[in-house]
Design a protein around this ligand. Structure first.
Ligand SMILES: Cc1ncc(C[n+]2csc(CCOP(=O)(O)OP(=O)(O)O)c2C)c(N)n1
Ligand SMILES: CC(=O)[C@@H](O)[C@H](O)COP(=O)(O)O
Ligand SMILES: [Mg+2]
Length: 644
């Protein structure tokens, strides 16, 4: 790639001719398909912003000017143009992140991959420039999907109020989030796209005017600076202009010259201005362009020539949920589903196909989803809001004050709970079992396998007067883990084989296979272990304290932050019951985790069987023998074999 390898930073773009810029765009597309087909990542979104990113970096002077991306999944081209072209280990340990990263470059600002925040950042940066008397520029790229998020409108409300504060907002309108973007905003953008607007009128006029000697160019510039009158006459008032924002567009988001012209005008405008760019997700790569699902929004490794996935997908947690939802939908007419612009990724596609009138895609609007769910429940339905665990953070107050306070029977299904890894710090589902601990009446299920997902989802939707949560991991679902007994509501996964057991191991959710491995390793050290799966981790099962009392130490293992997680809740329950048994809680350390594979991260944080068994062995070794047998141990040892 003769041109791309010569781009060491944005200023290297300045010397390229229009023909070379288009050649560079072609090279970048070839690079992205080749690299991302090997590593996986956000191929479609990045193929859609090649020309846009080139034009932005030619018009603006990053890093002095701030080039910001909403969500950040479409920043690969930005990385290629700012000195990062080794994509060999993209999104894994030691490789570059799949999102902007301040540690990688001072061209990067926003690392958060949660959508709809860029305009807030831009507003803040523009205000800072104003207070500090700096004339640097701020340009923020926001997708049509991210524009459906409430926070974007909170920011726009503020931005529109400051008529003289320079800020360039690029709306990257490819009509899609994953699927086609929904809602009134999407319809309005469609109107703007199809209106033969002011810009197109002037662009057409420009050719004529520029061919007109002497008066042509000045007349064109005059027309372009024309007051609203001309604009009103040519193009209808758009919503953005009604808000007080200057609107430039629609611009062909794959025409570098048109983009540079529009961005240059926007840069000079001296106030908040929206540049509406029409792009195509997956552009230039036929398998993506023709994909009827999500235009290769986020992919695993694929065959570059066909676009077909290399790894055959087995049964995953998401599919188990999706199939059970269809069965529930057939059995109960009151069950409806909600997604925040992720119908297929959260497994609701089949439900939507069979019950199109009972599924709601609310856009990237988790807060609205939760409040709307409270309305649906109050209206006599049982909503199931399927969302990635990390994105529920955003709707905490709505869950607490709209759903729980009003005793609404709403079920939140949290996919991607626990360490996800490759999407970086803001994508790990590591906070839900901490932040939800303080929600009165809310119940949390952490199913350990596919059977438990089915069972616990059914248990959850039976609860009519409180929020319920079912949370499970990303990817392939592990082997079934059968119970060998029952104590209270808890499944006994392994009996200690002695009436004087050393360790009570509380296994949470998908980590059950690892917990059984821990017990095996402890066995080899002569340490006996009872393994229980609480199934419902909130509230803590009442049978846990008396059972704990008959062991020398309690160990909890969870794929959630240690801060305020299940371990903390169990510790509190033991204290409340006056049970004084040492407890060690294993979970995710309360810090942001750099991008890496899940396996790499679990090893790094010591959430592995060898690491945990080694620590528990050390703990037990320190304890003197001090316990006596009572009935509770008998209950485990004597427990009837679980009925399948
Ligand atoms: C709060 C939040 N909810 C959901 C997501 C998952 N997500 C990532 S990208 C995306 C679609 C974004 O669409 P758009 O903003 O139009 O960007 P495009 O991919 O089209 O460039 C979604 C829903 C997210 N990152 N953040
Ligand atoms: C950027 C974003 O938030 C999503 O595209 C996310 O990367 C998807 O994650 P999964 O690949 O786990 O579905
Ligand atoms: Mg989009």
């Amino acid at each position: 790639m003769p041109l791309l390898t010569r781009i060491r930073g944005p200023r290297d773009l300045d010397r390229l001719s229009p023909e070379e810029l288009n050649q560079l765009a072609g090279e970048i597309r070839a690079f992205l398909v080749d690299a991302v087909s090997k590593t996986g990542g956000h191929l479609g979104p990045n193929l859609g912003v090649v020309e846009l990113t080139i034009a932005m970096h030619r018009v603006f002077e990053s890093p002095q000017d701030k080039v910001l991306f909403d969500t950040g999944h479409q920043s690969y081209v930005h990385k290629l143009l700012t000195g990062r072209q080794d994509f060999g280990k993209l999104r894994t340990k030691g490789g570059i992140s799949g999102y902007p990263s301040r540690a990688e470059s001072d061209h990067d600002v926003i690392e958060n991959s949660h959508a709809s925040t860029v305009l807030g950042w831009a507003d803040g940066l523009a205000k800072a420039n104003e207070v500090r008397g700096k004339d640097d520029h701020v340009v923020a790229v926001i997708g049509d999907g991210a524009l459906t998020g409430g926070m974007a409108w909170e920011a726009l409300n503020n931005i529109a109020a400051a008529k003289d504060r320079p800020l360039v907002i690029v709306v990257n309108d490819n009509e899609r989030s994953y699927a086609p973007t929904i809602g009134g905003l999407a319809n309005h953008l469609a109107t703007l796209r199809t209106t033969d607007g002011y810009e197109r009128f002037l662009a057409r006029g420009k050719d004529i005017l520029e061919r007109t000697p002497v008066v042509g160019r000045p007349l064109y510039e005059t027309l372009h600076g024309a007051k609203k009158g001309l604009k009103d006459f040519i193009a209808p008032q758009g919503m953005f202009e009604d808000l007080g924002l200057k609107y430039v567009g629609p611009i062909d988001g794959h025409d570098i010259e048109a983009l540079e012209s529009a961005l240059t005008r926007a840069k000079r405008f001296g106030g908040p201005v929206i540049v509406h760019c029409i792009t195509e997700k997956g552009r230039g790569y036929k398998p993506a362009e023709e994909d009827d699902a999500d235009h290769f929004h986020g992919i695993g490794p694929i065959h570059p020539d066909t676009g077909l996935p290399i790894a055959a997908g087995g049964m995953d947690w998401t599919s188990v949920f999706g199939e059970e939802m269809v069965k529930l939908g057939r059995e109960r007419e009151d069950i409806v589903a909600i997604t925040a612009a992720m119908l297929q990724p959260v497994g609701l596609k089949k439900f939507a196909e069979e019950f199109p009138d009972r599924v709601y895609d609310v856009g990237i609007a988790e807060q609205h989803a939760a409040v709307s769910a409270a309305g649906l429940a109050t209206g006599g339905l049982h909503p199931v809001f399927a969302v990635y665990a990390t994105f529920l953070n955003r709707a905490f107050d709505q869950l607490l004050m709209d759903v729980a306070l009003h005793k609404c029977g709403v079920t939140f299904v949290l996919d991607r709970a626990g360490v996800t890894g490759t999407d970086g710090a803001s994508h790990n589902g590591m906070w839900d079992m901490s932040i939800l601990q303080c929600v009165p009446s809310l119940r949390i299920a952490a199913p350990r396998d596919a059977d438990q997902v089915r069972l616990q989802l059914r248990e959850a939707v039976e609860v009519k007067d409180a929020p319920t949560v079912v949370r499970y991991s990303k990817g392939a679902v592990g082997p079934a883990v059968k119970a060998v007994g029952k104590v209270g509501g808890m499944d006994v996964l392994r009996k200690a084989g002695t009436n004087r057991p050393d360790v009570l191991l509380v296994s949470v959710g998908a980590l059950a296979p690892m917990c059984l491995e821990i017990a095996d390793l402890l066995d080899k050290q002569g340490i006996t272990t009872t393994v229980v799966d609480p199934r419902w981790v909130k509230p803590v099962d009442e049978a846990l304290a008396p059972l704990a009392e008959q062991h020398r130490v309690v160990v909890t293992v969870e794929d959630n932050s240690r801060a305020g997680g299940v371990g903390s809740a169990v510790s509190q329950a033991l204290r409340d019951a006056g049970v004084d048994v040492p407890l060690r809680d294993f979970g995710i350390p309360p810090r942001f985790l750099d991008h890496a594979s899940r396996k790499e991260i679990m090893a790094e944080i010591g959430l592995t069987a060898p690491d945990i068994s080694r620590q528990v062995t050390g703990l037990v070794a320190k304890l003197d023998g001090r316990f006596e047998r009572t009935a509770a141990v008998d209950s485990v040892e004597a427990a009837e074999p679980a009925r399948d």
